[in-house]
Write a protein that binds this ligand. Structure first.
Ligand code: NAP
Length: 331
């Protein structure tokens, strides 16, 4: 007996995704009833819950909480929650499993774009890009006159040590980019990652403490879990070199933001590059006031190719689950 969902398939996309009219209405999804939420998302969970009622597949965005209340609102016909992200800390996976709702994510599609942003933040923080831009844009440079030989100095990158915390797909892609800067790479992981240790990276596995003590650049790439929440806090900053740069493109709560503000403010840490924040889009007032932090609005996967690939992978997951064939990338 086929395990396909009865047609016409009812899908909700809580936001318009790249090329959704084509991607979610062609191939196996042709003829599907696709409802699309507002560009900026729903104002309240109640509005989101009312929107997903009756859907067999919900394509969700990282700021939406997928919990019992969401699942109750959607109804018992729901087969799949297809998260438009690789991270799925917004989803109560156990609650979904208890109802036989399959959860999928978008691994690989986000990897290169997010690694680009990690690398962009690393360079920007080391070489004071945002500070320099403010200096030029505000007219301060004109008022100040040409820079002298010891003004606006930054940290060198080539030949330095990069420590990757969370040695998965994005961590690896970020590490690979360091080859162009002849960096030494270390990695922190719960289990050995042979591809980090093989050529071309030839990276060394270290404990978190060793990695932090020794690195000039630390880039975080773990998922947000109970184990990684506040994994980098006051104690960890005390281990790092005062010349070191921290980059976080993973999830904000992996870093204790108040401790980060103190470390940066006291110059116990040279600089930070952040794409993610503890209470985003709210930004810690202390961070705003600091010159030695470069911030971007959680747009790691936000290049045109990544976002289209994410859209296509979400659609393939939905089509496969509703056809009874099983998900392409289940969580
Ligand atoms: P991934 O391939 O699953 O890599 C995550 C790595 O973290 C795994 O190798 C995992 O290794 C490791 N890890 C998990 N818990 C750990 C711990 N306690 N200590 C040390 N390592 C730990 O995931 P990915 O595709 O690289 O994505 C990583 C994260 O980036 C996502 O979860 C997401 O939150 C974030 N992200 C952000 C953006 C953005 O826009 N800024 C975009 C995409 C992704 P083991 O399980 O083997 O230990």
């Amino acid at each position: 007996m086929s395990n396909a969902a009865p047609k016409p398939w009812r899908l909700t996309l809580s936001r318009p995704l790249p090329e959704w009219e084509r991607v979610f209405r062609s191939g196996a999804l042709e003829g599907a009833d696709v409802r699309v939420g507002p560009e900026r998302g729903f104002e309240s969970p109640d509005d989101l819950h009312a929107f997903v009622r009756g859907a067999q597949a919900c394509v969700t965005w990282v700021t939406e909480r997928i919990d019992d209340a969401f699942l109750d609102a959607a109804g018992a016909q729901l087969r799949v929650v297809s998260n438009f992200a690789v991270g799925f800390d917004n989803i109560d996976v156990d609650a979904c499993r208890a109802r036989d709702v399959i959860v999928t994510n978008t691994p690989d599609a986000v990897t290169e774009g997010t690694a680009d942003v990690a690398w962009m933040l690393l360079m920007a923080a080391a070489r004071r890009l945002a500070e320099g831009d403010r200096f030029v844009r505000s007219g301060a440079w004109e008022a100040h006159g040409s820079l002298g030989p010891t003004e606006f100095l930054g940290m060198p990158i080539s030949g330095k040590t990069l420590c990757i915390v969370g040695a998965g797909r994005i961590g690896y892609a970020t590490a690979l980019r360091s080859i162009g800067w002849s960096m030494r790479v270390t990695y922190v992981a719960r289990s050995r990652k042979p591809r980090f240790e093989q050529a071309p990276l030839c990276a060394q596995r270290v404990s978190l403490e060793e990695g932090l003590r020794d690195a000039d650049f630390v880039s975080i790439h773990t998922p947000l879990t109970d184990e990684t929440r506040h994994m980098i806090g006051a104690h960890e900053f005390s281990l790092m070199k005062p010349t070191a740069v921290l980059v976080n493109t993973a999830r904000g709560p992996v870093v204790d933001e108040s401790a980060l503000v103190e470390a940066l403010g006291d110059r116990r840490l040279y600089a930070a590059g952040l794409d993610v924040f503890e209470r985003e889009p709210k930004i810690h007032d202390g961070l705003r006031a600091l010159e030695n932090v470069v911030m971007t609005p959680h747009f790691g996967s936000g290049d045109m190719r990544c976002r289209l690939q994410m859209s296509e992978l979400c659609a393939r997951n939905v089509a496969n689950v509703l056809s009874g064939d099983g998900a392409v990338t289940p969580v």
